[in-house]
Design a protein around this ligand. Structure first.
Ligand SMILES: NC(=O)c1ccc[n+]([C@@H]2O[C@H](COP(=O)([O-])OP(=O)(O)OC[C@H]3O[C@@H](n4cnc5c(N)ncnc54)[C@H](OP(=O)(O)O)[C@@H]3O)[C@@H](O)[C@H]2O)c1
Length: 324
């Protein structure tokens, strides 16, 4: 029997808690859940349906620093679903360090810690023979790292290209198909809840750059940081430029690329019939590997499908620990 705690009880945390309730209690117990203000924890496990949407209304809610839950629990797996901060990696990086130090395997969807401290966290996990899984950090529900773990084990990934930010892809798609100017397409994306109120990280290509850094470090053995990525966003793309691309049977996409050791993010002309050319909020990632040649994966880059990645990481850990 394994115990699991969730740090971060927002969009993903709440949904994951509900999915975990469906696991057999002899297999996996959800022992604790924390948000920014406190936590609910029970060694015997929380009962299905026991968690409310508002955690603080739970009878056992402790209004204490949530790190206490990680420091004091004997959980086997910590799932870190805290908001991303790409400048400091916090609060996720402290939760991950603490969980590893306590001997827990870790699953996270938070890019911040991996962008800031990839090497440190991976080495820490390896030296303690723990798993640190982060399928959900890049491409939402697209199985990238789990595929690589199995399929590319004996192959060598030579280059990676991808559309890795659903917000900008949605905006560029509206510009392409409806001739909208960028500012109107952005307002539409915000109205539909597809763009943050402050969309700077998306529009300026920084979110894509973070994902490129994680891919380079995780899949190509590099040791890159955000400052190693040459980044240009989409803010200067005009309707006229988009229409000109369209007339040539092409469109403009924000492409993150790892090629010959170079990491770049930039708007690029892409042929409409190219496998990477997906529209709306879809993400696409293309690997070129020495045995396999080219492989393109397409899927939802965020939203509820991200749960599939979290569950796949948790199942992988349970299997490796002999629990499944
Ligand atoms: N949503 C997606 O589709 C998606 C996809 C891929 C990756 N991600 C990443 O996954 C992570 C979680 O995403 P989300 O959409 O679930 O975020 P969210 O809805 O904003 O939820 C974040 C949760 O973290 C809690 N939190 C904030 N500061 C904390 C702290 N210091 N200690 C403990 N908990 C803290 C928040 O507490 P309160 O409830 O008290 O505010 C909230 O419960 C983010 O890093 C995001 O970038 C999300």
């Amino acid at each position: 029997l394994k115990r699991l705690i969730i740090v971060g009880y927002g969009f993903l945390g709440k949904r994951l808690a509900r999915v975990l309730e469906k696991y057999g209690r002899e297999e996996l117990l959800l022992a604790g859940v924390a948000n920014s203000r406190g936590y609910v924890y029970s060694d015997q496990g929380l009962r299905p349906g026991e968690l409310e949407d508002d955690l603080s209304r739970h009878a056992k809610f402790r209004e204490k620093p949530p790190i206490e839950m990680v420091e004091n629990s004997d959980a086997d797996i910590a799932v870190v679903l805290t908001p991303t901060n790409i400048r400091t990696g916090e609060p996720g990086v402290t939760y991950i360090r603490t969980a590893l130090a306590r001997g827990m395997d870790v699953v996270t969807a938070d890019k911040g810690p991996l962008v800031i401290a990839f090497k440190e966290l991976v080495s820490e996990a390896e030296s303690r023979r723990l798993y640190l899984c982060y399928e959900a950090t890049v491409g939402g529900g697209i199985p990238i790292f789990s595929l690589a773990r199995q399929y590319f084990r004996r192959d060598k990934i030579l280059s990676i290209r991808g559309i890795l930010n659903g917000t900008t892809n949605y905006i560029l798609s509206r510009m392409h198909f409806e001739g909208l100017p960028l500012d109107l397409a952005l307002v539409e994306a915000q109205r539909l809840g597809l763009a943050e109120r402050d969309p700077t990280l998306d529009l300026e290509g920084i979110d894509t750059a973070c994902k490129i850094v994680i891919l380079a470090n995780a899949l190509m053995g590099m040791d890159k940081r955000l400052s190693d990525v040459k980044v240009a966003g989409i803010t200067r793309i005009t309707s006229e430029a988009m229409m000109a691309a369209k007339e040539m049977g092409m469109t403009i996409k924000l492409i993150g690329r790892i090629e010959e050791g170079e990491l770049t993010v930039a708007p690029r002309l892409v042929k409409l019939n190219h496998p990477l050319c997906v529209h709306g909020t879809l993400n696409a990632i293309q690997f070129r590997a020495s045995l396999m040649g080219e492989l393109t994966l397409i899927g939802e880059g965020a939203g509820a499908s991200t749960l599939a990645s979290l569950v796949s990481d948790i199942d992988w850990i349970l299997r490796m620990r002999g629990g499944l």
